[in-house]
Design a protein around this ligand. Structure first.
Ligand SMILES: Nc1ncnc2c1ncn2[C@@H]1O[C@H](COP(=O)(O)OP(=O)(O)OP(=O)(O)O)[C@@H](O)[C@H]1O
Length: 298
């Protein structure tokens, strides 16, 4: 069964067409990334998936059930982009309150609140009120809130926006560790971040589904990204193309993207180093893989 299935989904806000006949099928697995420029319709898509709003046209199914239907209660949750905490309640009170809203009795709700706080490494902050939390801690509390009741699908709208690198990394670690039990869909403008977490990416542009890419290699090809200190680029490209297993070499600014047959079992990196040393070419960086930016905007 598909995790998420959208068929010809459109959403109008008055005259504004925010989503335009989006069809997509996403299966469960590693976190799924949702990217797109400002105003592309990402938040609208999230709100539709959660059932907060209804599509103007089309059909949305989550795990086989209509988005927003009672069968999905407790199975789908979201961290909204602008999640706000009540300034008058402690973190524990806040999370217990949300657990009670899911129908848990008082003691079970408190236990659940403590469980999710431990997941985001904030057990020691249970008695703090929001004003004593840093921005990063506040985000982690909001993620804890989204994890209450062990939902199967959690939608995170820009979970690391505005966070410093250390806190952003912490959030990524939480997502990674929780991905074993929970399917995450993450909207972010940070392509590098999505690349680290996801192996499926949905790209929206002006309300339309521009691309849905799988970062997991499907065609048996693999990539190396090469940046040289200096080289005779035309000579370099043709020499690399002549190496065994190489399928193609594309040159974008100072960066070469080499696609090669992964199954060929050739140590291409070693072959490249030998080539550089014979030719006296100096390389600056050789990375496995191709960047998401290249995948989306090639
Ligand atoms: N409640 C609303 N009423 C009217 N127009 C809206 C409403 N919500 C969103 N829109 C419009 O719909 C379009 C899609 O908005 P949406 O917030 O879904 O985009 P987004 O991809 O999440 O953008 P961002 O990256 O800036 O958060 C935008 O043009 C936005 O102005």
């Amino acid at each position: 069964m598909m995790l998420i299935e959208c068929q010809q989904v459109s959403k109008h806000y008055g005259d504004k067409l925010a989503l335009d006949k989006v069809s997509l099928s996403l299966s469960a697995g590693a976190p799924i990334g949702l990217v797109g420029p400002n105003g592309a319709g990402k938040t609208t898509l999230f709100s539709l998936l959660c059932g907060y709003i209804l599509p103007s046209e089309g059909d949305i199914r989550i795990m086989g059930h209509k988005a927003g239907s009672s069968e999905l209660l407790g199975l789908v949750s979201a961290l909204p982009q602008d999640a706000a905490l009540d300034p008058n309640l402690t973190v524990l009170e806040q999370l217990s309150f949300f657990a009670r809203l899911q129908g848990m009795p008082k003691m079970a709700a408190k236990e659940e609140a403590l469980r999710v706080l431990a997941l985001v490494d904030l057990s020691s902050s249970a008695k703090l009120k929001p004003k004593s939390l840093s921005h990063g801690m506040g985000k982690r509390v909001a993620i804890a809130q989204a994890l209450i009741g062990e939902p199967k699908l959690v939608l995170l709208d820009e979970p690391t926006a505005g966070l410093d690198p250390v806190n952003a990394r912490l959030i990524r670690q939480i997502v990674k560790s929780q991905s074993i039990n929970t399917q995450f869909v993450i909207s972010s403008h940070n392509l590098e971040e999505l690349e680290k977490l996801c192996d499926q990416i949905v790209y929206l542009e002006q309300g339309r589904l521009a691309q849905s890419v799988s970062l997991a290699q499907q065609d048996g090809s693999a990539y190396l990204t090469l940046v040289m200190k200096q080289a005779d680029y035309p000579a370099l490209v043709s020499a690399i193309k002549a190496l065994p297993s190489v399928l193609d070499v594309t040159n974008k600014e100072e960066q070469l993207l080499i696609s090669y047959q992964a199954a060929a079992n050739v140590d291409l990196e070693q072959a490249l180093f030998s080539l550089f040393s014979t030719q006296g070419w100096q390389y600056k960086m050789l990375l496995k893989g191709r960047s998401l930016e290249d995948t989306l905007f090639a």
